[in-house]
Every structure is written in structure tokens, then in C-alpha cells.
Unconditional design. Structure first.
Length: 351
């Protein structure tokens, strides 16, 4: 394994925002997409833009459907190799979130050639390729341009049985909500950019953001798993709201049940958060009901933009143990139940 060299070049100095915190704010994105014409959808397009899902899914035949997604962003960390690993893991996650298995990827590379040494760009690409190798897929091509900020990511392609696709809008009342990874990536990245993050905190960030969401491919075989998504730039509350809106349900979260990276909890309680967290709250905060006396840091946890975040699963209560076992099988020791879905107006209630 190549040891990371965090002094190689400070990539975050080129970024106005890092990782999935670069996403366009939910309210602005909704305004942009409102003008997008809705044309006739072919019957074999099983998942398109209608439910803000993680990837598009197109049926090839009765046994196979292709999953297609793209994800890229500016650096969340300074080390080039680590940046490549995080970006690739994040992109491939969308395939797992649909219940599929990845088959190959294409690289998306935008680099400020006058500012970054060639060696740094090579290390970014090497980092991404190392994750693809771990996922068992090749990088089969890609596209590169000269940009003002470093940008890296993948087009990820996967395969799934058409009847086993896990959408984000098929949850049912009574479903348990299970989260696969701890929260707090955006908070740790904010602390890193301010030069506050400890080596232990950096390792927490790196460990969670480079862990492939492999259980998703096996969860597709569980009929009682009704909906699935991954938590990225809109934070836990934002992506859970997508499940609620699509499924016409109310979510009840237990804040004390949320898994949170330990150093992220420390920093957020001291006021460290990303600008994207505030933009997220401005975009959907009216649909999130916090408990009386809730603290600002608790809101920041709920809206914290996750880069390469965990899978969020809605499953029947009788499948909860099986779902958790699938997570444990791949080393997701923080996976746990965080709430439940119920009949009611689509919103998130936090207890």
C-alpha cells in the first residue's frame, strides 16, 4: 500500500469547497431543474430523474439492467492519492446504492495544469485506480481538461437484476431506517481546511470515505429491503427527505442513535461546520422538526454534507437483523437503526 504524503501538495488551497460540499444547494438545484422539460420516458428506463435517485437504471433484458452514474468534485483533503481514493469510492457508491455491482468506470479529470505538478495529478489518478481495483473493476477510459480547480471523479457503470433495483421512493410505513456509516465527514473536512484536525481525526475521515459500500449489492436480494440511498452532499436529513417525499411518508429519527465520528462530534460542538451545512438547512429546514431545546450543533450534524457517506436503508422490521448482518459481514461496525418511517406528511421529525 502506498503511504499517504500529506505534505506533497495542499490540494484544498485550490478549492472553494471540498468533496460533496461542492454540490449545488438543494433549493437552488430545484429551481434550476424546475425548467427542465419532461419528455416521454422509454419503458425500459427503470429509474430516471423523477425521484432524485442515486443513478439511472436501464433494462437490457429480463435478467439484466445497466446502472449509470457520474460523480466528481474538488479536493476534500490535501494529499493527492487520498483525494483520488475518496472521489472514486464516492462515485462507485451510487451503483451499490441502487443494489447493483459495479462493472467498469471512466475517469473524469480536470486539473489546473499551471499550478499542479504532473506528479500530483498522477497520484490522484493512481488513488482512484486503487479503489477501482479493490472493487474489482477496470478504469476503461475517461476525459480530461485544463481547469481552474482540481476536479476528479468517475462515471461508474454497474449491473443489477431489473426486479432487484433498490430505488429511494419505495419505502413503506413501519420500515426501520438503518444507516451504514457514521456521520461527520464534512465537519472533519472543515477542521482540516482550518488546520485544526488531528492525525487521528484525519484517519477517521480517510477510513470512512474510502470504505466501499459493498453491502448494497447483496441487500438487493432481500425482498424486505424496500428503499435505499447513500448519504452525500445534502446530509442525512436531505437524503432522508428524498425517501420521504418519494414514498409519501414521515420519518422519525432518534438523534441519540445516530453514529457520529468521535472527533467530528468534538469539533461541531465547538462550532466547526461547513458552509454547505447552512445552505442545506436553508433549502429544506422547513421540513425538519427538531426537538425543543435542540442545539445548533445537532442541526449541523443532520445537515452535514457527507462525501462517500453510508447507505441509508428502509426495510421491514423483520429484515432488520439480516440487513445489519450484511453490514457487519463487510466490516461496517457502526451500522445501526436510527429511526422508523410512518404514515404522515413527508418530513423528518427528530426526537
Amino acid at each position: 500500500m502506498n503511504a499517504p504524503n500529506r505534505n506533497f501538495v495542499r490540494l484544498t488551497q485550490f478549492s472553494h469547497g471540498g468533496g460533496c460540499g461542492c454540490k449545488i444547494a438543494p433549493a437552488v438545484l430545484s429551481e434550476i431543474l424546475a425548467a427542465t422539460p419532461m419528455r416521454a420516458v422509454p419503458k425500459d428506463l427503470l429509474v430516471g430523474i423523477e425521484s432524485s435517485d442515486d443513478a439511472a437504471v436501464y433494462r437490457l433484458n429480463d435478467e439484466q439492467a445497466i446502472i449509470a452514474t457520474t460523480d466528481f468534485f474538488t479536493p476534500i483533503v490535501d494529499d493527492p492519492y487520498d483525494f483520488g481514493r475518496i472521489a472514486a469510492t464516492n462515485a462507485i457508491s451510487d451503483v451499490y446504492a441502487m443494489g447493483g455491482a459495479p462493472i467498469f468506470a471512466l475517469a473524469i479529470v480536470g486539473m489546473p495544469l499551471e499550478k499542479l505538478p504532473v506528479e500530483a495529478i498522477q497520484r490522484i489518478i493512481e488513488g482512484g485506480e486503487s479503489v477501482c481495483a479493490a472493487a474489482g473493476i477496470p478504469v476503461a477510459g475517461g476525459h480530461s481538461i485544463d481547469t481552474l480547480e482540481p476536479i476528479y471523479g468517475l462515471v461508474a457503470l454497474g449491473i443489477v437484476h431489473p426486479k432487484k433495483v433498490k430505488r429511494n421512493d419505495r419505502a413503506r410505513a413501519g420500515d426501520a431506517l438503518i444507516l451504514g456509516k457514521p456521520l461527520g465527514v464534512g465537519i472533519l473536512s472543515a477542521a482540516l481546511k482550518k488546520g485544526k484536525l488531528s492525525e487521528a481525526g484525519y484517519q477517521q475521515l480517510l477510513t470512512t470515505t474510502t470504505k466501499l459500500n459493498t453491502p448494497g449489492a447483496r441487500l438487493s436480494a432481500i425482498e424486505e429491503v424496500h428503499a435505499m440511498t447513500d448519504i452525500t452532499g445534502f446530509g442525512l436529513a436531505g437524503h432522508l427527505l428524498e425517501i420521504c417525499r418519494g414514498s409519501g411518508l414521515l420519518a422519525r429519527l432518534q438523534f441519540e442513535s445516530l453514529p457520529i465520528l468521535s472527533e467530528a462530534r468534538d469539533w461541531v460542538m465547538q462550532g466547526t461546520a461547513t458552509g454547505a451545512s447552512g445552505r442545506n438547512w436553508a433549502g429544506y429546514g422547513a421540513q425538519v422538526r427538531l426537538p425543543p431545546g435542540a442545539k445548533d450543533w445537532q442541526r449541523d450534524i443532520l445537515t452535514d454534507p457527507q462525501t462517500s457517506g453510508g447507505l441509508l436503508v428502509a426495510c421491514a422490521p423483520e429484515a432488520e437483523a439480516q440487513v445489519l448482518e450484511e453490514f457487519r459481514r463487510d466490516g461496517f461496525g457502526d451500522a445501526c437503526r436510527i429511526g422508523v418511517l410512518a404514515k404522515g406528511e413527508p418530513m423528518v421529525e427528530v426526537g
